[in-house]
Design a protein around this ligand. Structure first.
Ligand code: UTP
Length: 490
């Protein structure tokens, strides 16, 4: 396409400034820029800008009058369920796993800015005795689940792991898995795909240039999942493999019960198309979104959208009325995901004013010290309102949720807390299985040995754990990785 054609086309949409530096750039750079521009639907982008600006105006409104908690009929809490009920759900989940109907959607496209780690967050090692990374821990939980499913049903369990990456995380993530032989999983059951990006705009709707030959853009948020599932052929892959249930979650929860059979069984037995695991808010001021109903629609209401009165309101039993803390941990039926791909363009846009490096009118690249434009993101939970049967499962925070967001200097949601939370949980599993371990002894249980505290009785009963740190490994790991922390005497 000639410069003139490009100019005419861009001018129609008020974006002709994007080729202002055409005369200054090399032939290769022109090709790169033209390639980027060709991929953009400018009608859609201008609409996105206006929709984003509109939605950012209503964000400040408090929603109290329209807010209702999740009805009891749509809510169960694992800590209050009987052992029989949990087993009932779990057995359904294992049955589905053994039939190859369960998939995991891992959200691994984030930039880990707060953590300040220059690699995909899943490659982070929080300093456990085993030094396993988040990716390895999750992979090994899948290995273990497949094994349990086989033991329980006699049929080989198979979980398909869909890993959503972004432009920056795709190559290093795929390489990391390859370098680690897919952590013992079948390569064909791991599917990497890439989420999209959205341009960054100035406050007047002009797309910013990051370089004279490159637009400023950012990943389209974890809600970019829905578009990527469609455009990257994942919906077809899901159908082809016969996957019916998808457990979607963030990469940074070290306690994540990947492909949780209890959650799958709960959702299936309630015929849900979409569901959220939640934890009870720790206090009214905890800055976490709450799952609730707004005008009859299920939504996550951000902490900033809740008035103090609503945040502090309590039920007669003393529990916070709006206590269902969202932890980016969801269930989707494959049918629901297919349906959502048609609503994707209606998803809310979350707007953030940011300091975005840009090329100014004189062709100089600037790093602004004040916000100069907006980035827009879609959030995974904004599809709840399209569900026909939405339910919640409350889980215990100390068993299922500890997020890695920040560097240690923040003192919360950081490598130290992630490590401590996992080791605390593993001490609890050991004690429940009859072992003796003091609070200052760090024992990590390999996910290859135990997914959720099962399968360790014979190893820990009446054992006193004194060596710290200690890695309680599976037989296979002990055989291949040597003696330190091997099972048996210590
Ligand atoms: P966060 O919003 O916590 O972002 O993502 P982050 O990238 O991990 O960290 P910061 O904000 O840059 O410090 C929650 C989950 O959503 C994924 C992340 O990888 C994480 O698992 N995510 C986020 C995506 O997959 N894509 C995105 O565009 C954004």
């Amino acid at each position: 396409m000639s410069y003139e054609d490009l100019f005419t086309q861009l001018k129609c949409h008020g974006q002709e400034h994007l080729i202002k530096y055409w005369p200054d750039i090399s032939e290769n750079e022109r090709e790169q820029l033209a390639g980027e521009l060709r991929k953009i639907d400018f009608v859609e982008m201008n609409e996105i800008f206006h929709r984003g600006m509109e939605s950012s105006k209503v964000i400040a409104e408090k929603l109290d009058d329209d807010l209702k908690p999740i009805p009891q009929s749509h809510y169960e809490a694992v800590p209050s369920l009987s052992r029989e009920k949990i087993e009932e759900y779990e057995n359904i989940g294992f049955r589905e796993i053994s039939e190859g109907k369960v998939g995991v959607l891992l959200l691994a496209g984030g930039q880990a800015t707060r953590l300040g780690f220059g690699h995909p967050k899943g490659m982070y090692n929080v300093g456990l005795p085993s030094h396993k990374t988040l990716f390895q821990i999750q992979a090994e939980r899948i290995v273990r689940l497949q094994k349990i499913a086989e033991e329980k049903t006699g049929k080989e369990g198979k979980i398909t792991w869909y890993i959503m990456t972004s432009e920056h995380t795709m190559a290093p993530t795929a390489e990391f898995f390859k370098d680690h032989s897919f952590f013992g999983l079948e390569e064909e059951n791991i599917v990497f795909f890439e989420q999209g990006r959205l341009p960054c705009f100035d406050f007047n709707g002009k797309i910013l240039l990051d370089e004279k030959y490159q637009l400023a853009s950012a990943p389209d948020g974890n809600g970019g999942l829905y578009r990527a599932l469609k455009t990257q052929g994942m919906l077809d892959d899901i159908s082809r493999r016969g996957v019916e249930h998808l457990h979607a979650h963030s990469v940074d929860n070290i306690l994540i019960k990947v492909a949780d059979p209890v959650f799958i069984g709960y959702c299936l037995s309630r015929n849900a198309d979409c569901a959220a695991k939640v934890v009870q808010k720790s206090s009214p001021s905890e800055a976490v979104g709450v799952v609730c109903r707004v005008n009859g629609h299920y939504k996550v209401v951000e902490y900033s959208e809740l008035s103090d009165e609503a945040a502090e309101r309590r039920n007669p039993d003393g529990r916070l009325t709006f206590s269902a803390g969202n932890i980016c941990n969801h269930y989707f039926s494959s049918e629901f995901l297919k349906k959502i791909s048609n609503f994707e363009s209606k998803l809310k846009l979350h707007v953030a004013k940011k300091k975005i490096p840009y090329v100014d009118d004189n062709g100089v690249r600037k790093k602004p010290t004040e916000p100069n434009g907006i980035k827009m993101e879609k959030f995974i939970f904004d599809v709840f309102e399209f569900a026909e049967k939405f339910i919640c499962l409350e889980v215990a925070r100390d068993v299922e949720f500890s997020a890695l967001k920040n560097a240690d200097s923040a003192g919360k949601d950081c490598p130290l807390t992630a490590r401590q939370d996992l080791l605390r949980l593993h001490r609890k599993y050991i004690r429940e299985a009859g072992g003796i371990v003091k609070d200052d002894v760090d024992v990590e249980i390999s996910p290859l040995l135990s997914y959720g505290g099962e399968n360790i009785d014979d190893l820990v009963k009446n054992e006193v754990f004194t060596i710290s740190p200690f890695h309680l490994k599976s037989m296979e790991e002990s055989a291949t990785n040597g003696v330190n922390g091997a099972n048996g005497k210590h």
